[in-house]
Design a protein around this ligand. Structure first.
Ligand code: IPD
Ligand code: CA
Ligand code: CA
Length: 306
């Protein structure tokens, strides 16, 4: 399924749809046409959705004033603004109110509390885009229980697109169920990636892998929001995705969403799971396999080590 196909599918399904509460309605009495098979979201997802929307409001409120924001360089090429911090504070407030015993790992606050249940938060994924008025960024909130990635919420405030998933429940874009594409190999594949601008020692490997993949694939996008790249894989807008050195907050929610959309994620050597190295490949099972094979010769031992 791709984005356009899902829109056509929705029109066709509308004939058979029943009136039911929207999965993540802004107001409690808002009703919409939804697919009858859709399950109701888990309460924890509702809390994360509320938090993500609140962060999205802050991000939008400051959007036309980015020139007056104070920009701090946390480390080389790693920028933070008061918008990142305000958005994260809002998310932490919502999560702590609902789940005072859970821990939070926030990009800006670090670890808050200690628990085997951890919310993993990127309040603004795509800060470089945001600062330049490049309209592509998101809020990402994942939930891990005893190391098991369970819930994922990614919110694109500009398009009002909400990507959600819970273990065993499938993945949704607003009210529509998402599936990864069925592409069987790299031929014709549209891939996403991120360039290692903070780890330039990997530039040659990135360019080598990009060359190897482009020999076979249709094209490669670099959008500037890893979380949205993963959400787009789940939505079938991208067939696959790879990036070097992601952090837990860049990828936890997205990995849950990809998996629940029928997809797969692994490290550059094809090992399953969210890689501690942050060297991530995502897509359907066949495509991640094809990507692993294609990059094998150019990734180099350091990136393949996991
Ligand atoms: C970054 C974005 C970017 C990706 C980087 C991330 P940030 O997150 O997701 O697309 O290439 O690896 O660090 O810093 O904007 O939250
Ligand atoms: Ca990020
Ligand atoms: Ca961020």
């Amino acid at each position: 399924m791709n984005g356009f196909q899902s829109a056509r599918g929705l029109q066709a399904k509308a004939k058979n749809a029943t009136l039911s509460p929207a999965r993540h309605a802004r107001a409690p009495f808002f009703f919409t046409l939804t697919d009858p098979e859709i399950t109701m979201p888990r309460p924890a997802v509702n809390v994360a959705v509320r938090a993500a929307r609140a962060a999205g409001n802050i991000i939008q409120r400051y959007m036309n004033r980015v020139d007056s924001l104070t920009v701090e360089e946390k480390s080389r090429m790693d920028f933070v603004t008061e918008v990142d911090r305000l958005a994260e504070a809002e998310i932490v407030k919502e999560l702590r109110r609902a789940f005072p015993d859970h821990a939070i790992l926030g990009e800006e606050s670090g670890q808050i509390g200690k628990s085997s249940k951890v919310w993993v938060v990127d309040p603004l994924d795509g800060t470089h885009n945001y600062l330049r008025g490049f309209p592509h960024f998101s809020v990402s909130i994942g939930f891990v229980d005893h190391g098991d990635p369970v819930h994922g919420v990614i919110y694109d405030p500009l398009r009002d697109e909400l990507f959600t998933a819970s273990k065993g429940d499938g993945a949704f874009l607003n009210d529509r169920r998402m599936r990864v594409t069925k592409r069987e190999g790299l031929s014709g594949a549209l891939l996403g990636t991120g360039f290692p601008y903070r780890q330039r020692e990997h530039l040659d490997a990135q360019l080598g892998m990009t060359r190897a993949l482009l020999q076979e694939a249709e094209d490669i996008r670099r959008t500037g929001s890893a979380a949205l790249d993963l959400a787009y894989v789940a939505a079938g807008r991208l067939d696959g995705y790879f990036e070097i050195g992601l952090k837990p907050w860049d990828m936890t929610a997205g990995c849950v969403i990809v998996r629940e959309a029928g997809g797969h994620y692994c490290d550059f050597a094809g090992r399953d799971g969210i890689p501690a190295s942050g060297n991530l490949i995502a897509g359907n099972h066949l495509l991640t396999g094809a990507m692993v094979r294609a990059i094998a010769a150019s990734a180099g031992p350091a990136l393949l080590a996991g």
